[in-house]
Structure formats: C-alpha cells, structure tokens
Design a protein around this ligand. Structure first.
Ligand code: SAH
Ligand code: SF4
Length: 351
C-alpha cells in the first residue's frame, strides 16, 4: 500500500514546541500532552476540554494514531507479540515480556517491552530473521513511541523496561531514536527513566560514541556473538567495518562517560561460537570492560543453517564464564513458540 501523498504529519513525530497550533494560547500545548500521554486519548475529538474548533483544526492538520493493531499472539502472563500496520502499509512487531523475578530481581507485575526500530535491517547478520529481506525504512519518532502506548492500551500493562531489541538496528536510526527517547523520558511524556531503557546494537562504533556523548544515562547492550574477529566476521558483516578492537574502544568510552555496566549479548550457536575457548575469551573481554553477559541459546530460524548447542555445552559455556568471575545470565526463551524472541521478528505477513 503506497503512502498517500496527502498524508498528514504525525503529531508524535514532532516535539510539542514544534506543534503548529495557530493562535492557540501557550497552555494548550500542556493540555494536549495531558490528553495524549496521561489520559491516552486516541482521537482529537475525545479531548473535550479543548474548544471544538481547535479540535477540528488539529484533526485537519495532524494524524494522531500511526499504528493499526492487526493481531496479538500469546496470552496474559506469557510473552505476547503485537503486530501493527504502519500508515505506509508496512508491518512491525513489538513483544511484551512479563518480568522474571528470578533472573532480574524484578517485581512480578513488571513488564519489559521489546520494540522495533526499523522495518527490516541493513546489517545482514547471518543468523537473524529480521534482516533477511534487507532494510526497508526507519521508524519515525511517533512510530517508536506509539508502540509503547498501543501495547499498554491493548494489554493493560505498564511498561517498566524498554529494550530496543526488536526488528532493526536502533543506532542506524539514531536521530529518530533520540527524539523518541526524549518523549519517552519526559515528565510530560511517558515518564520512563533513561536507566530503564536499553539500546541494543550490533556495534556501530561512531553511534556508540555519539550515544556516550549525549546526556541521558541509557543502558547499552552490545550484540557480540563472537569473542574474536574471525568468529564475529563469520556471523556479522558489520565486524569487517568496525572490528572488535574499535568496538571495545567505543565500549570503554561509553563506560568512561556513563559509569555504568554494559551488557554483552552472546547468541550460542552450535559449533560456531560455543567452545570453551570462546567462553574464556568472552569472559576476559567482559571483565576488562566491566560488562555482564547475556547468553541466548540460538532460536532456530527457518531457512538458516544454524542450530542451538546441546544443553550440556550451554551449561559448560556458562560455567566457564562464571568461573572467571563474570556475571552471566541465560535468557529464558519465553515466546519461543510464537517466534517472539527479541531479534527474531520477521514480517510473515509479507512473506
Ligand atoms: N540490531 C540490534 C537490535 C536488534 S537484535 C542488535 O543486533 O543488537 C536483538 C538481539 O537479538 C541481538 O542480540 C540479536 O543478535 C539477537 N538475535 C537475532 N536473531 C536471533 C536468533 N535467531 N536467536 C536468538 N537471538 C537472536
Ligand atoms: Fe540487524 Fe540486529 Fe538482526 Fe543484525 S542482529 S541483522 S543488526 S536486527
């Protein structure tokens, strides 16, 4: 479905200071943010404290809801995957994951939302479903923010943790990402603290440095997946552009600026990166860079040759890492049955 040439701008794509509100008095901006982010009105006509003519003008000038809910898979208390249609016709997915008190010490009523940053992905990691058909588009700030608001509305949950680990590479959509985070963070917006927001990247070095230089204390997760260049090259083409030495320098820089722990994500793939040598190398990198490790047994992707290691090998890997004194968790595979693992989102509607 092509985008309509007469498409109106999306209100959530602009910062409230940039909203064109004609001759409206200044306090209207505050009333609008209240209606949108506190009361969650989904159409201008519902904003009954605003004059009718002003509401009509807004509706003529702006679009308010950019995502059309298509379907939900999974049920309450399990991982749920939400499929949305963008106004341009493309599809995206967001995944709501209930808290895991055992793993993260979170309260049981907490939820993590995994959002998509792009339609498709240009980085072509060899194991990943999201990049199979290449990159299609960057999500706009409003499309990023609306994923949270829509999932909260559809599920009744309050999102306490946000991870940019869905489809796409968030740091390749840097400007929109930060514009969205400003709203997600703001007192007048979604009020989610920067420390509750994790940006996951395949290792785009200049953008990691840029993220270190911006003021928010965002959490950074690096998708490592190989503890030496040869192994990483085999899985992630981005490593040829930004090899491990450069990536680790950027990690150290992030740490120096933010004074917080990094996370290394490491998918375990049978016979590729699951050896004891990889475990020992990975642990050494993590110690040096003050990172904790999130191990993810590979989720099989249809049509790709990779497999998850045997349980015994996963256990050995974890034991080697832990014996080196590094904090490591194995990500439980909630949502495996609905292909909802973060980073495993694929546009089935289109295939
Ligand atoms: N582009 C970013 C964020 C999206 S991917 C990045 O690469 O970090 C989020 C995470 O899911 C990454 O660590 C990614 O490597 C992982 N992932 C991708 N495909 C997977 C699969 N089939 N099984 C398990 N994890 C996968
Ligand atoms: Fe893109 Fe991340 Fe998938 Fe790599 S793992 S192809 S960077 S979404």
């Amino acid at each position: 479905m092509p985008a309509s040439p007469a498409a109106k701008p999306l209100l959530l794509d602009q910062s409230p200071d940039d909203w064109q509100l004609g001759a409206a008095p200044a306090y209207r901006r505050r009333q609008l943010t209240d209606w949108i982010f506190r009361r969650r009105a989904e159409s201008f006509s519902l904003m009954t404290s605003l004059p009718a003519a002003f509401r009509q003008q807004l509706a003529a000038d702006y679009e308010l809801a950019p995502l059309q809910h298509v379907r939900t898979q999974g049920s309450r208390d399990t991982t749920r995957k939400f499929l949305f249609r963008l106004s341009c016709g493309d599809f995206i997915e967001s995944v709501l994951i209930p808290a895991n008190p055992a793993l993260y010490g979170e309260r049981a009523d907490r939820f993590t939302l995994c959002v998509s940053a792009q339609v498709g992905c240009a980085y072509g990691c060899k194991f990943c479903a999201s990049g199979l058909a290449g990159w299609k588009k960057n999500l706009s700030p409003g499309e990023l923010i609306a994923q949270i608001m829509q999932v909260e509305k559809l599920s009744g949950a309050t999102v306490n943790n946000l991870v940019f680990m869905g489809m796409g590479e968030p740091l390749a959509n840097y400007r929109n990402l930060l514009a969205a985070i400003e709203v997600i963070n703001a007192d007048w917006g979604l009020r989610l603290g920067a420390r509750r927001i994790t940006v996951s990247t395949s290792g785009i070095v200049p953008q990691i440095r840029a993220l270190a230089d911006q003021p928010r204390q965002l959490r950074l997760a690096i998708s490592l997946h190989g503890a030496d260049n040869a192994t990483r090259n085999r899985l992630m083409p981005v490593n040829r552009k930004y090899p491990l030495e450069q990536l680790f320098d950027a990690c150290a820089y992030y740490q120096e600026r933010k004074k917080q722990m990094l996370t290394f994500e490491f998918i375990l793939i049978r016979g590729v990166n699951d050896s004891e040598r990889q475990a020992a190398l990975l642990a050494a990198h993590a110690r040096r860079l003050n990172a904790k490790i999130n191990l993810i047994p590979y989720n099989q992707v249809e049509g790709l040759p990779w497999e998850r290691p045997a349980d015994r090998d996963i256990k050995n890997f974890v034991a080697t890492v832990k014996a080196a004194g590094v904090a490591a968790t194995v990500r439980l595979e909630k949502g495996r049955d609905i292909d909802a693992a973060c980073g495993q989102l694929r546009l089935r509607e289109l295939s």
